[in-house]
Design a protein. Sequence first.
Length: 103
Amino acid sequence: MTTLLEVTGAVLLAGGLLLATIGLFGMLRHPRLVDQLHAAGLITGPAIILVLAASIATLKAEIITSAVLVILFVLVTSPLSGHAIAQAERLRQLRTKSRSEAG
């Protein structure tokens, strides 16, 4: 017999995997890095958090503690990495533009 906690864990896992799949198709579909970055944000944010939140259904303290720490790490690093990638792309575009104007 399945408990409410197991069903909740399965729903969270399915939702996270669905968001990750949608984000993956978004990354493959868009040619520009900025558009791909938007789709990647769906994977590195909500999708991973939902998958890790599903681990609460295990009721094992070690797994739940690890999942919570990884969620906190993702919440801090995901926006920072997205911003750094966007800045690097903008600088690359500006350098390419200045080289084409100079040459």
